[in-house]
Design a protein around this ligand. Structure first.
Ligand code: F6P
Length: 535
C-alpha cells in the first residue's frame, strides 16, 4: 500500500486542489446543472453534495483515489467475513445482522444467517410474552418500563432508535429508559420514575466487564432486591452479551439471555440483540423494518458502481473536506428533534472507528484521519455554535439532515423547521459579500461546505437506511486512511488507570508512579471529603 499522501491518486488531488485556487460556492452554485449532477437518490433518501467545493473533475479524482485504495476489494473482504479487524482477529459482519438468507453472509466457513435469525426470533417471542402479559414481574404485575443499562455501542444505538422512532411505539410497548453514566445520578433519576414491580432491566454489554455497566447493573439489582426481595431479580433482569458465563453468574436466567458474536463491533451492534429495547418498545415489525432499511443500503453499497454509490460518495466528500480543504471538525446537524441523539451516535461511530494514527500495517499515518464530530439538533445549534460555522476562523464541514414528513402542529412548526434546514446551508455556502456601508462584522464569507441528506420520512426503514449509510461511509474512509476501523485501543489506557484510582479513592493504597498533578488532585478530593478543602 503506497503511503497515503505520496500515492499518485492523492497527489493528483493535491495538484487539483492547488490548481483550482480560490473557488467560491457562490460561483459554483451558479451552474444550473450542478445540483442534478451532484444529487444522488436511493429509495426515498436524497444525498445532495452540490454545496461542497467540488467540480466534476474533483469527483473523478476522488473516485480514482477510492480505486487506488481498493475500496471495492476491502468491501468484498468485509462482506466475505474475512478477518478485516486484524488487531483483534475478527470479522466485521454487521451487514449479516440485517441480511436475508440469500445474501449468503458467512465467516470462518460457516453461514451466520441461521444463528442471527434464531436470536431475532427469541427476541420477538420474549417481547410478545411481555406485551401479552404472559411474562410478568415477580409480583405478577405487567411490565410497563424497560431500563437499558449499557454504555457506548451498548447504549447509543438503541437509545437513538427508541427516541427517533418514538412515534412508532406499539400499544403495550414498554417505555424505554437508558442508563449509561457511572455517575449514580443517571441511575437514580431514571429509577425515580419507575415502579420496581413493573420494571424490566436489560444489561447490555458485549464483554460484560465494562466498569460503568457492571456498577450500574449491581446497583439496579440492589434497588430491585430491596423493593421486591432477592428472589425477584431473575424475573426482572435480562442480558445481551457475548459473555454468557458472567451474565449467568450475575443471576440472568438462560431464557432471558440474548447472545451475539465477536464479529459484531460495539458501535455496529444496534442491529443485533443490542436492539432488544427497540423491540420491547416498538415491536418486532418496526425492528424488522429498521433492519430492512439498512439492508437496502447494504445491497446498494455492495452492488452499485462507485460513481453512484451513496456511502462511497459521502465518504469521499469527507476525505476532500478533511484532507484537502483542511476541515478539522465536521458538524452533524439533524433538523428533527427526534434525531437529537444522532450527533453523539456518529461521534462514537466515526471517532472511535477512525480516530487513529497508526495504519493497518502498523506504521504512522501521514495524513489527517477522522475529524472531530460534533453537532446538535437544529434549530437549537443555530443559537449556540453556528456563529463559528458562519464567521469563525476554522473551516467546519457539515451534514444537514431532515425528513420531509414528520411531526407538525398548527403554527407552521414543520415549515419553519424545514425553512431553517434550507436557509442555513445556503447561507453557509453563499455568505453575504461586503458592500458599501456594510460593517465588517456583518460580512459573511460563505464558501463553507455542507452536504444535505433528506429522507422522505423518519420511519424505521428510513432510520435504518441513514445509520447504514454512515456505517459504510465510516468504513470507506477507514480504507482510504488505511486504518483499522474496527478496533478501539485508544479507550483502554484510561480504563486501566481508572481501576486502581477508584481503589485509592475508596481508601485503598495509591498506585505507584502517580504523576504529581493526579496525586495533588487525589489529595484535594480526600481533604474535601474529610471536611477540609481550603488551601
Ligand atoms: O468505549 C469502548 C467500548 O469498548 C466501546 O467500543 C463499546 O461500545 C463500549 O465500550 C461498551 O462495551 P461493552 O458492550 O463491552 O460493555
Amino acid at each position: 500500500m503506497p503511503s497515503s499522501t505520496r500515492s499518485p491518486a492523492w497527489q493528483a488531488l493535491a495538484d487539483h486542489h492547488r490548481a483550482a485556487g480560490p473557488v467560491h460556492l457562490r460561483d459554483l452554485l451558479g451552474d444550473g446543472d450542478r445540483t442534478a449532477f451532484l444529487t444522488f437518490t436511493l429509495n426515498g433518501l436524497v444525498l445532495d453534495l452540490s454545496k461542497n467545493r467540488i467540480t466534476p473533475e474533483t469527483l473523478g479524482l476522488l473516485l480514482d483515489l477510492a480505486q487506488e485504495r481498493d475500496v471495492a476489494g476491502q468491501r468484498a473482504a468485509m462482506a466475505a467475513g474475512e478477518i478485516v479487524n486484524k488487531t483483534e482477529g475478527r470479522a466485521a459482519l454487521h451487514m449479516a445482522l440485517r441480511a436475508r438468507a440469500e445474501d449468503g453472509f458467512a465467516t470462518g466457513g460457516k453461514a451466520v444467517h441461521g444463528d442471527v435469525q434464531a436470536v431475532l426470533d427469541r427476541m420477538d417471542a420474549f417481547a410478545a410474552e411481555i406485551a401479552s402479559g404472559r411474562r410478568t414481574g415477580a409480583t405478577g404485575k405487567v411490565f410497563t418500563d424497560v431500563v437499558n443499562i449499557g454504555i457506548g455501542g451498548s447504549d447509543q444505538g438503541p437509545r437513538l432508535a427508541c427516541r427517533a422512532l418514538a412515534g412508532y411505539a406499539r400499544p403495550g410497548g414498554l417505555k424505554a429508559h437508558f442508563v449509561s453514566n457511572v455517575d449514580v445520578t443517571d441511575l437514580t433519576e431514571t429509577l425515580a420514575t419507575c415502579d420496581p414491580a413493573a420494571t424490566l432491566f436489560v444489561i447490555s454489554s458485549k464483554t460484560f466487564t465494562t466498569q460503568e455497566t457492571m456498577t450500574n447493573a449491581a446497583s439496579a439489582k440492589r434497588w430491585l432486591s430491596l423493593a421486591l426481595g432477592p428472589d425477584a431479580v431473575a424475573d426482572h433482569f435480562c442480558a445481551v452479551t457475548t459473555n454468557v458465563p458472567s451474565a449467568v453468574e450475575f443471576g440472568i436466567r438462560e431464557d432471558a439471555l440474548f447472545g451475539f458474536w465477536d464479529w459484531v463491533g460495539g458501535r455496529f451492534s444496534v442491529w443485533s440483540a443490542i436492539g432488544l429495547p427497540v423491540v420491547l418498545s416498538l415491536g418486532m415489525d418496526a425492528f424488522r423494518a429498521f433492519l430492512g432499511g439498512a439492508r437496502e443500503v447494504d445491497r446498494h453499497f455492495l452492488e452499485t458502481p462507485p460513481e453512484r454509490n451513496l456511502p462511497i460518495l459521502l465518504a469521499l466528500i469527507g476525505i476532500w473536506n478533511r484532507n484537502f480543504e483542511g476541515a478539522a471538525a465536521h458538524a452533524v446537524l439533524p433538523y428533527d428533534q427526534l434525531l437529537e441523539d444522532l450527533p453523539i451516535f456518529l461521534q462514537q461511530l466515526e471517532m472511535e472507528s477512525n480516530g487513529k494514527s497508526v495504519t493497518r500495517d502498523g506504521s504512522l499515518v501521514d495524513c489527517a484521519t477522522a475529524p472531530v464530530i460534533m453537532g446538535q439538533a437544529g434549530t437549537n445549534g443555530q443559537h449556540a455554535f453556528y456563529q463559528l460555522l458562519h464567521q469563525g476562523t476554522d473551516l467546519v464541514s457539515g451534514d444537514f439532515i431532515a425528513a420531509v414528513k414528520g411531526n407538525d402542529a398548527e403554527g407552521g412548526h414543520r415549515d419553519k423547521l424545514l425553512a431553517n434546514f434550507l436557509a442555513q446551508p445556503a447561507a453557509l455556502a453563499l455568505g453575504r459579500a461586503t458592500a458599501p456601508g456594510l460593517p465588517p462584522h456583518k460580512v459573511f464569507p460563505g464558501n463553507r461546505p455542507t452536504t444535505t441528506i433528506l429522507l422522505d420520512q423518519l420511519d424505521p426503514r428510513g432510520l435504518g437506511m441513514l445509520l447504514a449509510l454512515y456505517e459504510h461511509k465510516t468504513f470507506v474512509q477507514g480504507v482510504i486512511w488505511n486504518v483499522n476501523s474496527f478496533d478501539q485501543f485508544g479507550v483502554e489506557l484510561g480504563k486501566e488507570l481508572a481501576a486502581p484510582l477508584a481503589e485509592a479513592l475508596s481508601g485503598g493504597t495509591e498506585p505507584a508512579n502517580l504523576d504529581a498533578s493526579t496525586r495533588a488532585l487525589i489529595n484535594r478530593i480526600r481533604d474535601v471529603r474529610d471536611g477540609g478543602g481550603e488551601a
